[in-house]
Design a protein around this ligand. Structure first.
Ligand code: UDP
Ligand code: MG
Length: 314
């Protein structure tokens, strides 16, 4: 009897937050792609505390399709936490994470699996054609420029959380228990054999972006303060510059004393104020940076779970 090789198990992790208008459609698009592939698929939908009818739609999908598992978080924990919940639950040999809004084309799935089979542990999709001037694209480009300048970890510009990870890479990621999670950075910090797969991002199928400005800022802060100590050095360099300025000023004043011409020295209120204001501004900014790092340390030492699971349905 010929021995049958067990089928490759491929998991999809899809975080969902208030996407009732699109989940059905994007599921259909995914289904069409995976139905044509000879692997054992499981789709983990992570409901990130949706307030609309997303959970009902997902539960209906789970009843219809045995491959669908719904993980319901107890509240909205954010995209990165929802992804983490899905990666923790996934059991497959290759785990692909993607968005639920149709912006990550499922047609890339076969190619991602192929690259995994060629031996890559990290198959990272990269958004290309960022010619537009939308707010999101501009801020994203600026963000990657800054983070790559100040962080020791290099990050791929336009790399979304659309990537495939081998079992080994998923396990490595799971061993990083940080509370402030910027998965793109963590994946590049992790190493392993990686490949970049360019793709053209399509429009959102419906609804509005669930990444509010506040959430974008928080993500950027998580990236900067978790992956760089440069903000702390900014203060130090500013301090050194101010010390040098003070030394120059002392020499300047001393020269008046040497010449015996101190009568012209008295008025100086504006320059004094200028120095005081700048110096205290710098001190406050630096104190703020230190405060942020202490806050991050505080949250990390509490060792709180990144998410809480309310229910699992399959
Ligand atoms: N999302 C989530 N929790 C959140 C915000 C977003 O699970 O707090 C999901 C969202 O449903 C989508 C993915 O994360 O599947 C990416 O979000 P979105 O498309 O709104 O971000 P954008 O593409 O605008 O950056
Ligand atoms: Mg989107």
């Amino acid at each position: 009897m010929p021995s049958r090789k067990p089928k490759l198990r491929v998991d999809l992790v899809i975080p969902v937050y208030n996407e009732e208008g699109v989940v059905e459609q994007t599921y259909e698009d995914v289904r069409k792609v995976i139905d044509a592939l000879p692997y054992k698929f499981t789709i983990y939908y992570v409901d990130d505390g949706s307030e609309d009818h997303t959970v009902q739609s997902l539960d209906a999908l789970a009843r219809r399709d045995k491959r669908v598992v719904v993980l319901e978080l107890s509240r909205n924990f954010g995209h990165q936490a929802a992804l983490t919940a899905g990666l923790d639950a996934a059991q497959g040999d290759f785990v692909i994470s993607m968005d639920a809004d149709g912006q990550h084309p499922p047609s890339l799935i076969p190619q991602m699996i192929e690259l995994f089979q060629q031996g890559y542990d990290v198959v990272q999709a990269q958004r290309v054609d960022e010619g537009g001037t939308s707010f999101k694209r501009l801020t994203s480009a600026a963000f990657y420029r800054i983070i790559n300048a100040i962080s020791g970890t290099q990050m791929v510009p336009g790399a979304a959380d659309f990537r495939g990870l081998s079992r080994q890479a998923v396990d490595a990621l799971k061993s990083m228990p940080e509370y402030h999670r910027f998965l793109r950075g963590m994946v590049s910090a992790m190493g392993y054999r990686s490949v970049i797969l360019p793709y053209h991002e399509t429009k959102r199928m419906g609804g509005r972006s669930k990444y509010s400005l506040g959430k974008m800022v928080r993500l950027a802060m998580d990236a900067i303060f978790s992956f760089s100590l440069v903000p702390l050095y900014i203060g130090m360099s500013a301090g050194v510059i101010f010390l040098c300025l003070a030394a120059l000023e002392m020499l300047y004043v001393y020269s008046f004393w040497l010449k015996g011409d101190t009568s012209t020295l008295a008025p100086g209120w504006s320059s004094l104020m200028f120095i005081i204001l700048i110096a205290s501004g710098v001190i406050l900014i630096v104190l703020g940076f230190i405060g942020v790092y202490i806050g991050y340390i505080f949250q990390q030492v509490k060792q709180r779970p990144v998410y809480h699971l309310k229910k699992r349905a399959e």
